[in-house]
Design a protein around this ligand. Structure first.
Ligand code: ZN
Length: 163
């Protein structure tokens, strides 16, 4: 292995992803949720249900998810839980847009990296178009829950990538 900071950082990031995969946060159905959706990535077999409880002002007070998927899709969902609680729909949408751009844009700059915050651990995913669909899945599911409240099933099968 080549010694160097970059390699070590990648290893660390991978550990965070694996940890979220092993112990996903808010991995539960929210009883009485007032927004939900079902997302699937048939190319990988990722399949999740997302539940949100929004207050009268539309702020996401509680979020949870159940289902199954690969480490990338599950850790993306787990990290999303900690990022969307306390946010309104517009703010959550903005983060979703930034993360999709982060995964699919031809290049990523520091401003975008700062905007996605702890989601930047998924930067390595950019090089694997198939994995982009995994990382994006729960965010597309969130988009559907907020806009359509799960009126239809979402899929990332045709998610555009930078390759
Ligand atoms: Zn996957």
């Amino acid at each position: 292995m080549i010694p160097g900071g970059e390699v070590k950082l990648n290893e660390l990031y991978q550990e965070v992803i694996l940890d979220h995969n092993k112990r996903p946060r808010n991995f539960k159905k929210i009883e009485g949720a007032n927004a939900c959706s079902h997302g699937k990535n048939p190319l990988c077999g990722d399949d999740f249900y997302l539940y949100l409880n929004k207050d009268a002002q539309g702020i996401i007070r509680e979020a949870g998810f159940i289902g199954q998927g690969c480490a990338i899709s599950k850790s993306s969902a787990s990290i999303m839980m900690s990022l969307i609680e306390g946010k309104g729909a517009a703010e959550a949408e903005k983060l979703k847009d930034a993360f999709i751009r982060f995964l699919t844009a031809e290049s990523v700059d520091e401003a975008l990296r700062a905007e996605v915050g702890k989601l930047k651990i998924f930067e390595g995913v950019r090089n694997f178009p198939v994995r982009v669909k995994c990382a994006a899945l729960i965010w597309r599911t969130l988009e559907d829950a907020l806009k359509n409240n799960g009126a239809h099933e979402v899929s990332t099968e045709n998610e555009e990538t930078n390759q």
